[in-house]
Design a protein around this ligand. Structure first.
Ligand SMILES: Nc1ncnc2c1ncn2[C@@H]1O[C@H](COP(=O)(O)OP(=O)(O)OP(=O)(O)O)[C@@H](O)[C@H]1O
Ligand SMILES: [Mg+2]
Length: 355
């Protein structure tokens, strides 16, 4: 039976020369969770995963798997399996030999390897391909082969670094769903690195958002979408992401240009006399076209058939509005934008933190 591991990172610091890749990462991952590490390129996701795998040393902090300090433990003794973006299959071995390789390395008996390979291959539906060489497989089949090789040892912890990024869009969607099912059926803890927010949103139980070597928010996809902790997170989540407009919070109002709006519930509505530079966030789906509200100009419209995105200029910014039906607007037309104050988000302009 596969057991699922808990993972804990405490104050992990990683430096490359004078450059600090990770500035003190703290993280708790629960047994059986599908946990995503999400963030833009260079934010430290792969570094964190490699530290978990034991492929990278740390400059400070501790790594605990199931409560045991493994910071100094060799990769081979951590009972984890890793799948990389490049599948790193051995080209001269056939699929069966590739899948069985981790077991051969630890001296498992051939008959036992054979059985384990059959089982793993069946789980990812490549039983009919065992005699082929990796070069004779499609990208999706290679990806499954890499997955089978990872699960053959029945690890406690499954580490995946952008494992779907070499697949085309359609196959990626299908494989994403299968991967999720596979993880559930194995009951294994999975840590999944991606820079694709939509992928993280749809696949993860919880996720950590990385920015510049720091975790800025941890939560369920729903929590992070509903309440982004900073303007940077808000600008990273959603398709398209949240619109961010410079505004001023004064006398209990949010002012954008000449427009005075009520603030979101719970954000500075006390009517204090403070004058604070803020950022007002509104999701594209929460904006309405009309005759009242913030003045804007239509730039162009993207028509997706069942929905459309209207690109506008407002308050000196590019703003995106999502509409169900194609709205009757012309390029260059002057319009106004309104929204429910309850659906807005407020961030401090200096710190970027949610108010
Ligand atoms: N060996 C190294 N020497 C110097 N800098 C490094 C080294 N490895 C990684 N870095 C730097 O550490 C930072 C984090 O890298 P990391 O690979 O973890 O990013 P990432 O979040 O996985 O990005 P991506 O989405 O592009 O894969 C980057 O700025 C990278 O340039
Ligand atoms: Mg990476």
């Amino acid at each position: 039976m596969t057991q699922s591991a808990s993972v804990r990172l405490e104050g992990i610091v990683k430096r490359h020369g004078t450059f600090t890749a990770l500035h003190g990462i703290d993280l708790d991952i629960r047994p059986g969770e599908f946990f995503a590490l999400l963030g833009p390129s260079g934010s430290g996701k792969t570094t964190t995963l490699r530290i978990l795998a034991g492929l990278e040393s740390v400059d400070a902090g501790r790594v605990l798997i199931d409560g045991t300090d493994v910071t100094a433990t060799e990769p081979g003794s951590r009972d984890v399996a890793m799948v990389f973006q490049s599948y790193a299959l051995y080209p001269h071995m056939n699929v069966g030999q590739n899948i069985g390789f981790p077991l051969k390395m630890i001296g498992t008996a051939p008959a036992q390897i054979e059985k384990a390979v059959q089982d793993a291959a069946a789980k990812v539906a490549i039983s009919h391909l065992l005699d082929r060489k990796p070069g004779q497989l499609s990208g999706g089949q290679q990806q499954r082969c890499a997955l089978a090789r990872a699960i053959v040892r029945q690890p406690r912890l499954f580490l995946l670094d952008e494992p779907l990024s070499n697949l085309d869009a359609k196959l990626r969607l299908e494989t994403r769903a299968e991967l999720r099912k596979l993880q559930r059926s194995l009951g294994v803890t999975a840590v999944y690195v991606t820079h694709d927010q939509e992928e993280a949103m749809t696949i993860a139980d919880r996720m950590a958002v990385f920015m510049e070597g720091r975790i800025v928010q941890v939560g369920t996809p729903h929590e992070i979408f509903r309440k982004p902790a900073t303007a940077t997170v808000a600008a990273f989540i959603g398709t398209p992401p949240m619109n961010l407009l410079p505004a001023v919070l004064a006398d209990g109002h949010v002012r954008i240009g000449d427009e005075l709006l009520p603030p979101p519930p719970g954000a500075g509505g006390g009517g204090g006399m403070e004058h604070r530079e803020v950022i007002l966030g509104v999701r594209p789906g929460d904006l309405r076209l009309g005759t009242t509200g913030i003045p804007a100009r239509v730039e162009f419209v993207e028509d997706f058939g069942d929905s459309s995105i209207v690109n506008l200029e407002a308050a000196g910014q590019r703003v995106k509005l999502r509409a169900g039906e194609l709205p009757a607007v012309r390029e260059g037309e002057a319009v106004r934008l309104s929204f429910d104050p309850a659906a807005t988000h407020l961030f401090d302009r200096a710190t970027g933190n949610r108010i």
